[in-house]
Design a protein around this ligand. Sequence first.
Ligand SMILES: Nc1ncnc2c1ncn2[C@@H]1O[C@H](COP(=O)(O)OP(=O)(O)OP(=O)(O)O)[C@@H](O)[C@H]1O
Length: 222
Amino acid sequence: MIHFTDLRAGYQRRSITPPINGQLPAGSLTAITGENGCGKSTLLKTLAGLQPPCEGYYCIHSSHIALLPQQQSLDRTFPVTVRDIVTMGCWQQRTWYGRLPTSVKQNVEQALAITGITSLASTPLSHLSGGQLQRALFARMWLQPSDVWLLDEPFTGVDEGTIARLMTLIMQAANDGKTVVMVLHDDQLVQRYFDIQIRLTEKMAYWTTPHSTQRRPLSEVS
Ligand SMILES: Nc1ncnc2c1ncn2[C@@H]1O[C@H](COP(=O)(O)OP(=O)(O)OP(=O)(O)O)[C@@H](O)[C@H]1O
């Protein structure tokens, strides 16, 4: 669950977003939309704790938050493989001498398999296509112990089949009670899958409920 009270996100006390009020229940799937530069990523970074709010406040009823950042924010030359990147999702589960328990290693293999990148496990980060990198980042997020998923344009460069595959995993996560917030530009996806849409403009944050959602009504989500 996330509560907003007159929250304005921005940088160095300069607000970018309009004031945001309301709440996102546990188990909900929310799309943040709006024109380029309206502050969608800034809002997500604020919710991830990477930026302090400019005004107002928010409350997340969990300390376990997983963030899938925009690709541009990553250094692609970093010398790691796909398996290394995915394994970072469970660094907290390492033993005190740095080893990963067998059960956690199995989870890493599962994350690679469900995102369809097992064959790329030993591939260096710098050799991945944009869509392959998105899958690896998604697998890392999927592994992180968390109650809240924050995803910033996770489908950039991703083909239709993979989008459907990842959306299935995202809906499963929401059905399991995670609060999922995603920045995206695709209205069709919003109408098809999301419970709540927050459309940001300069002056207002418009909250709507997409009608043709394939998800169960929120009241049925435990
Ligand atoms: N670190 C920063 N310091 C100051 N201003 C920034 C910083 N990062 C982004 N901005 C500015 O904040 C504004 C909102 O940026 P943001 O990335 O949140 O927009 P967005 O809605 O996610 O855009 P897009 O749809 O293009 O991804 C932009 O004008 C941008 O230049």
